[in-house]
Design a protein around this ligand. Structure first.
Ligand code: F0G
Length: 361
């Protein structure tokens, strides 16, 4: 049986005797050493934290398990969130597991297909809002203030508490904090959560050091970088298409206290990193996740010295969430063939690197 975030970090979470302890297998995700990008950047200690391995395919499950457990403790009848997709998938799954009703508000036409499919399959009530994420979140905040339904966006402090556990896991595996933590920034809850986790572990004496927090927004949705809200955020990375992040101030604090940066990457840079991660590392993250790898490549190009540094990139969600993007952005690797051996052989010979062709039979 999976231990999960609640039991494993019981002492470091806001739980009490009344809080139900359950798990859908969230947390304890892989930390994989880079075999290609790291060495190429002169950074042999580059790691990817695969948060797509959580039960609903994103990091949201770490925070959701705490938020839902607290909602159960408080005898809530149901939960509500606004979402670019992953939060709604996670809220819907954990609500289904616990027998709670879930209402999710999503910006109409802006959520990746896999995420919508999840929320539908888990049986959430889906409200398609003719507006963007920021508008949907404002509605949810307003509604839950006047109704006995639990808000499970990351403005719910229990979400941040749960998400900080990823920083504990990284620290336990590396025996200290990394030098740099690269992370995509949307509503800015996750960068806030990681920073809290590293600071707490430091205060408890588990870590000697603290990482520099390196947050990356998409250029068309980069309010923190610009210093003002973006009314109509645009980016192919739909998960982080957010113009007015709820945890804006906390993200700036994480950046400033850690001596880090919050910067922007273009959609082209995101797509390049997205393809590179999948085709050279075998790691299929979603476009938003690739934003932090794009950020790493950009910082390196701009002269950041990574020699001897330990660097972790947070791959926040699975590439399967956004199948349309995967299919449309892959270079043509498909070939139609007749159903006979000659056609297969011809196709294989054709696609072998030229040096290997002579070694065919
Ligand atoms: N990566 C993925 C895959 C996400 O789904 C999100 C946020 C982020 C990064 C950014 O994290 O918001 O804590 O700064 N997704 C939210 C959602 C907004 O509704 O699923 P953040």
């Amino acid at each position: 049986m999976s231990i999960g975030v609640l039991q494993r970090y019981r002492e470091l979470l806001p739980l009490n005797e009344e809080t139900p302890l359950f798990s859908m297998g969230e947390g304890d995700t892989p930390l994989v050493r880079s075999r290609s990008i790291g060495p190429e950047l002169g950074c042999p200690d580059l790691f990817f934290k695969l948060e797509g391995c959580n039960p609903t395919g994103s990091f949201k499950d770490r925070g959701m398990v705490v938020a839902i457990a607290k909602a159960m403790e408080e005898n809530s009848i149901g939960v509500m969130c606004a979402s670019t997709g992953n939060t709604s998938a996670s809220a819907a799954a954990y609500s289904a597991y616990c027998g709670l009703a879930a209402w999710v508000l999503i910006p109409k036409g802006e959520v990746a297909l896999g995420k919508l499919a999840q929320a539908m399959a888990y049986g959430a009530r889906i409200l398609l809002v003719d507006g963007n994420f920021d508008a949907a979140l404002a509605l949810v905040r307003e509604f839950t203030q006047h109704n006995p339904i639990t808000l499970v966006n990351s403005v719910n402090p229990h979400r941040i508490e749960g998400q900080k556990t990823a920083a504990f896991e990284i620290s336990d595996l590396l025996d200290d904090a990394p030098d740099y933590l690269f992370i995509p920034v949307g509503n800015a809850g996750n960068i806030t959560a990681y920073w809290r986790g590293f600071v707490e572990y430091h205060q408890l004496g588990h870590n000697d050091t603290l990482p520099r927090m390196m947050g990356f927004q998409a250029e068309g949705a980069a309010p923190i970088v610009r210093g003002e809200p973006v009314a109509f955020p645009q980016t192919i990375a739909s998960a982080i298409r957010i113009g007015n992040p709820a945890s804006w101030k906390q993200a700036e604090r994480a950046r400033d206290q850690s001596g880090g940066v919050i910067d922007a990457v273009t959609d082209d840079e995101i797509l390049e990193a997205y393809r590179m991660l999948a085709s050279r590392e075998g790691i299929f993250g979603e476009p938003a996740s690739a934003a932090c790898v794009a950020g790493l490549l950009k910082m390196r190009r701009n002269g950041l010295d990574l020699a001897g540094k330990r660097v972790v990139c947070i791959i926040t969600g699975s590439g399967l969430k956004d199948p349309d993007m995967a299919v449309s952005s892959a270079q043509a690797n498909t070939l139609e063939v007749k159903p006979n051996l000659e056609a297969i052989e011809a196709a294989i010979m054709e696609s072998l690197p030229s040096g290997n062709r002579a070694t065919g039979h």
